[in-house]
Structures are given as C-alpha cells and as structure tokens.
Design a protein around this ligand. Structure first.
Ligand code: PLP
Length: 393
C-alpha cells in the first residue's frame, strides 16, 4: 500500500492554531484582559427568523409518514434550485435548474471539483488567497503558478503578458483582502480564459455583501462566462449558514472541453460520491430567497457592513493603507511602521487586546499585511477600533 505522497508537500496549517495559542498564553499572563477577536471569518448573528421557521416546519414534516423524505433529488430539491434560478434572474442571468447543484457548502465543492480535471493541468492562483485552492491542488499533485496580488494592483491581479493556465481561481469579493473585481476586469479574465481554453473557478461566497450596483455579483453577468466559468456560492456568509451547511455550484451546459460537457461530468461525480444535503436544510435555504427571508438576511449583512465602515473609518484616521471593507466583511490593511504580520499581531494583542489575522498566513504576498473582520458585535467593534487608534497614536 502506497500513500498519496502529495500530502507530504502540504505546508502545515498553523495559522488559526498559532493565533489561539498566542491568545491563550497572553490570557494566562493577563487574566484581567478583555480580548476582542476580529480575526476569525465566522458569522456571529443568528439565523433569520423566516429561515428558522422553515427549518422547524421541515423538521415537523419529517415526523409524519405523508411528508417524510428519504434520499433527496440528485442535484438538490427542485424547489431550492428554482429559488436559486430566480435569484439569478434578478441579476439578469438565466440558468436552467439542471445547471445548479446543491451542496453542503462551497468548501467541499471547491475541493471536489478537481475530480473532473486532469492532473496535468496548470493552475493559476492569486497570492494571498483562501488556502483551500492551494492545498486541494497540492493534494492532487498539480503544478501551481501564483499571481501576485499587491497594493499596486489593489489586490486584484489581472492577466499578464506571457501568462498561461488551464484552471484559474478567482474570488470576488475576496477572502482575505475584501477586494472586488469590476465588470471590466472580469471581462478581461473571461476573454483570457476563452483564449487559453482554460476554466475559471469563480468563488462567489461573499456576493451578498456587494451593495454597489455597478459591481458584478456573478461571473455570468459577463459575456462569454458561461463558456469558461464554474461559480461556487454559499449560504454561509450570505445567511449565517456556517454551521447549518448549504451551498450551490453552477456548471453551465455550455461549458464544453474536449467535446465534453463539464455539467455531465460533475453530475456523474456528485451522484457517485455525494448523497445530498438534508431536506430540512434545503427548506431553510429556500426560505433565504423568500421576500421576508431576503429582507432579514440583508439586514444582517448591512449590520456587518456598518461594522466594516467603523473599521475603515478608523484606518483612514490612522493613515493606514487598506483595501476591502466595502462590499465585503474583510478589511485588509498594511501593517503600520513597516511591521511584519506577526509583529503587528503581537503589538495589537498586547497594546490593544485585539486579535486579528496575520496576512502572512494567506501567502507570501500577505507578509506585512493584516486581516480584520467585521463579523462581530457592534459594541466590540467600536471598543476595538478605539483601542487600536489609541495604541497607534
Ligand atoms: N470560499 C471562501 C472565499 C471562503 O472564505 C469560505 C469560508 O470562509 C468558503 C469558500 C467556504 O464556505 P462554506 O462555508 O460554504 O464551505
């Protein structure tokens, strides 16, 4: 028996465990410290009332023979795929329901999609980046090329002279930087992918944070994208489903490579290796798109965006360079006074009792940067910002 030695090439993932360890050590030495955490990318507001009502109702249905459900429909229940189709219609994107696949979240699908691609494809990934894209490709033994995201390109890398790729990852609004591509920029990527005969894996997990109507909330708002892009979406940040688990992936039937529809391959992959998301959860997800549900989740998102504004206002006051924080729950800032990411982490922990995420944990280009998240309660955000401003004076 031989192991998959590619796993030996993975960098140990110490980021969040190191943060937890450092905070615990500090807390032990300073038990009175009131530490505010603006580090972890997890939601804090509870599920919307309409969603909870739908979950309860569906649970009740499961307890009666007439309404009980066993294994669900292959790609997810039609009622949820139709609700998603209507959500796309509002973005002027028309999809067939068999182009939509319900999943237990974007992370699984982002990893699993690689099953349908050849191992020898070259992958293009931005740096810094959500680490899942990198690690899943290392596990599969693929060659990765990084593209630099930095202050010069506002952390939105674009195709460059001589660049080649088979699989391209784009994430907008971005984790960790909060940067969002414009329609024109995405059009350049779509044209590049079409020319290269490459596929774009577009991570749209934070699309619901986009409030600026000029910005694209789906790559399919760009001409030509249905011939080159797969889109990954999630209820996690949209509707607080990080613990409830539901997402969806769009694989248009017009995506054809080597005379083969990727949609057919993905259907075959999912029906072979995945048995679907619970009926109860899919009913909860459907409720997100009801008029009342959408109003409620938008209120939650606005709460996070208002938190983000409090943080970015403070960055402006302190003359700190940053991106994100608008149309995104993440604020990506340049560590002041040339500090390195972990230096600034220690500085904030000790001087302000505030915890953030060192940018170096997201790739080489993250060194010297720092991520703050707006997923906290208002009082804590105001207090944290106040302390940060005081200690930077
Ligand atoms: N994509 C990005 C960019 C993320 O930041 C996250 C979660 O933090 C995910 C995908 C995963 O989402 P899910 O909870 O749907 O698996």
């Amino acid at each position: 028996m031989k192991i998959n030695k590619n796993y030996l090439n993975l960098q140990p993932s110490y980021l969040f465990s190191t943060i937890a360890k450092k905070v615990a050590e500090y807390k032990e030495k300073n038990p009175q410290a009131n530490i505010i955490r603006l580090g972890i990318g997890d939601v804090t507001l509870p599920l919307a009332k309409t969603v909870v009502a739908a979950l309860k109702n569906a649970s009740e249905e499961m307890g009666h023979a007439e309404t009980f459900k066993g294994y669900g429909e292959e790609q997810g229940y039609e009622f949820l795929r139709t609700a998603i189709q209507k959500h796309y219609e509002k973005k002027n994107v028309s999809l067939d329901t068999d182009e939509i696949f319900i999943s237990d979240g974007a992370k699984s699908d982002l990893g699993n999609i690689l099953d349908i691609f050849d191992k020898d494809n070259t992958v293009l990934i931005p740096d810094p980046v959500y680490p899942v894209y990198v690690d899943t490709n290392i596990m599969a033994g693929r060659t990765i090329k990084f593209m630099n995201a930095n202050m010069q390109n506002s952390f939105l890398p674009m195709p460059e002279e001589g660049m080649t790729a088979d699989i391209i990852y784009l994430c907008s609004p971005n984790n960790p930087t909060g940067a969002v591509y414009t329609k024109e920029q995405l059009k350049t990527w779509v044209d590049f992918a079409l020319k290269q005969n490459a596929v774009i894996l577009f991570d749209s997990a934070y699309e619901a944070f986009i409030t600026d109507e000029k910005l694209p909330t789906s790559i399919y708002q760009i001409d030509g994208a249905k011939k080159c892009a797969i889109e990954f979406c999630s209820f996690s940040k949209t509707a607080g489903f990080t613990g409830t688990r539901c997402g969806y992936t769009v694989v248009p039937k017009t995506l054809v490579f080597e005379d083969t529809q990727l949609n057919k391959f993905w259907l075959r992959r999912q029906t072979t290796k995945f048995n679907g998301v619970p009926y109860i959860i899919q009913r909860g997800a459907e409720a997100v798109f009801s008029d009342e549900g959408w109003k409620e989740i938008k209120e939650n998102i606005q709460y996070y965006l208002d938190n983000a504004k409090i943080i970015t206002d403070a960055m402006k006051k302190a003359n700190i360079n940053y991106v994100g924080g608008e149309n995104s729950p993440y604020i990506w800032l340049e560590c002041p006074n040339g500090m390195k990411s972990w230096e600034f982490f220690e500085f904030l922990l000790e001087k302000a009792n505030v915890v953030g995420t060192p940018g170096a944990g997201f790739g080489e280009n993250g060194e010297g940067f720092f991520r703050l998240t707006a997923f906290g309660n208002r009082e804590n955000i105001i207090e944290a910002v106040d302390r940060i401003l005081k200690c930077l004076k």
